[in-house]
Design a protein around this ligand. Structure first.
Ligand code: I3S
Length: 128
């Protein structure tokens, strides 16, 4: 059922709008700066794009939109983190390189789906 029968194109697992803040870079704590982010889970990576709605119509062209940043999920850890924010529905993603992100949605079912899907990718990479 995979559209990627030749194995050359990483599979798109999920995409959507979440609130995001980076809280650590290489283990060093950063000041929070929440902003909406278009999040794409593809292959072994979580890729962040600037929220298209926060851009001018002319600046947003799907074909040439550049990712803001990208996270390698191999060895990453995921934890619910409602203790790390006054916001509800927050989880923390920590990479092997010590980068940490909080991701949040006002919609409980939506953030649960993200959690489960990202964890399943991490689990798959752990088994490889
Ligand atoms: O964990 P903190 O430091 O209470 O996080 C809040 C602050 O980062 C705040 O920014 P300033 O202190 O720079 O003004 C943000 O506006 C809040 O959103 C942060 O807290 P939440 O609870 O929203 O994660």
């Amino acid at each position: 059922s995979s559209p990627d029968s030749d194995g050359c194109t990483p599979e798109l697992e999920k995409a959507g709008l979440l609130n995001k803040t980076k809280i650590a870079e290489g283990g060093r704590k950063l000041r929070k700066n929440w902003s909406p982010s278009w999040v794409v889970l593809v292959g072994n990576s979580l890729v962040f794009f600037k929220d298209p709605k926060s851009q001018t119509p002319s600046s947003w062209k799907p074909g040439n939109s550049r990712p803001e940043s990208s996270v390698d999920l191999r060895g990453a850890k995921l934890h619910w983190a409602n203790d790390l924010s006054s916001k509800k529905n927050v989880f923390r993603l920590r990479t092997v390189t010590g980068n940490e992100f909080l991701l949040q949605s006002e919609t409980n079912s939506l953030i649960k789906e993200w959690y489960i899907t990202i964890q399943s990718v991490i689990d798959r990479l752990d088994r490889e």
